[in-house]
Design a binder for this molecule. Structure first.
Ligand SMILES: Nc1ncnc2c1ncn2[C@@H]1O[C@H](COP(=O)(O)OP(=O)(O)OP(=O)(O)O)[C@@H](O)[C@H]1O
Ligand SMILES: [Mg+2]
Length: 233
C-alpha cells in the first residue's frame, strides 16, 4: 500500500505553500520525497532543475543540498555541540566540506553568516550554548538558522512552529514569510495550525490518506473550508 498516491503538484518559484493534513496523512513523507530523502516507488520529482525517479544521484543530491534548506520535524541537531556549530553545519555539502564541521575550524565568513542567521531567528545571545541545553523552541530556531544560513532558493520546513509557544510560533512564521518574500525564495511548510496555513502561505494544499483533497489560494479559503481535512468527509 503506497503512502502517497496520485499526488501531482506544481509549485512555482517564490510561492509560499502550506501543506496540511491529519497525523499520518503523508505530509512529512511528501517533503522527504521531494528532497530525495525517501526513495519513490513510482513517479518522479522535478525540483530545482533536477529530475529523478527512485532516488537522486550523488551529483543531484549535492546540487539539491546547495539550493535547499530543510527544517526537519524533530530538529535533528547535533546535541553535544554549540548552537553556532550546528548552524555552521548548514554549510556542509555547500562546498565548504569538513572544514566547516566545527566553528573553530570554520572560515571567518562562515561563522559570520552563522551568527547572522542566529540573530535572524532571535538567538544571537545563545550562539555558544550547547544544543542539548536549549529548550524545544530554541532548538527549533537553531534548526531554522541552519536551514537558511546558505541562502537557499527553496525552504522546506516540516512543522516549524510545532514546538513553539503561540507568540514564538507567529514570530517564526513571520520570519519565514518575510525571508521567502524578500529573497524570492520558495517556501513549503507543513502545519497543524490552520491560522498559520491561511496567514503565512499564498496557497494551501491538503493531504488526506496520501492524496490531495484540496489545493487552493489561501485568500479563497476560510477556516471552515479546512474542517473536512481533519474530520469526516
Ligand atoms: N519510514 C517509514 N516506513 C514505513 N511507513 C512509514 C515510514 N514513515 C512514515 N510511514 C507511514 O506513512 C504514513 C504517513 O506518515 P507521515 O509521517 O508522512 O505523516 P504526516 O502527515 O507527516 O503526519 P504527522 O502530522 O503526524 O507528522 C503513516 O501511515 C506512517 O506510518
Ligand atoms: Mg509529519
Amino acid at each position: 500500500m503506497p503512502i502517497l498516491n496520485g499526488v501531482s503538484l506544481d509549485i512555482r518559484q517564490g510561492e509560499r505553500v502550506a501543506l496540511i493534513g491529519a497525523n499520518g496523512a503523508g505530509k512529512s513523507t511528501l517533503l522527504r520525497c521531494l528532497a530525495g530523502l525517501v526513495p519513490l516507488s513510482a513517479g518522479d520529482v522535478e525540483i530545482l532543475g533536477e529530475t529523478f525517479s527512485g532516488s537522486p544521484s550523488a551529483r543531484q543530491r549535492k546540487a539539491l543540498r546547495r539550493q535547499l534548506g530543510f527544517v526537519f520535524q524533530f530538529h535533528g541537531l547535533v546535541r553535544r555541540t554549540s548552537a553556532l556549530s550546528n548552524v555552521v553545519n548548514g554549510y556542509i555539502g555547500q562546498g565548504h566540506g569538513m572544514r566547516a564541521w566545527h566553528q573553530m575550524l570554520a572560515p571567518h565568513t562562515v561563522r559570520e553568516e552563522a551568527r547572522a542567521a542566529l540573530e535572524a531567528v532571535g538567538l544571537g545571545e545563545k550562539w555558544d550554548a550547547r544544543a542539548d541545553t536549549l529548550s524545544g523552541g530554541q532548538s527549533q530556531r537553531v534548526a531554522i538558522a541552519r536551514a537558511i544560513v546558505h541562502k537557499p532558493s527553496l525552504i522546506i520546513a516540516d512543522e516549524p512552529a510545532a514546538s513553539l509557544d503561540p507568540a514564538a510560533g507567529s514570530d517564526i512564521m513571520t520570519l519565514f514569510h518575510r525571508l521567502a518574500g524578500a529573497r524570492g525564495c520558495t517556501l513549503l511548510f507543513t502545519s497543524h495550525d490552520m491560522n498559520h496555513a491561511l496567514s503565512y502561505a499564498d496557497r494551501v494544499i491538503a493531504l488526506k490518506a496520501g492524496t490531495v483533497m484540496l489545493d487552493a489560494a489561501s485568500s479563497d479559503l476560510t477556516p471552515a473550508d479546512l474542517e473536512p481535512v481533519f474530520h469526516g468527509d
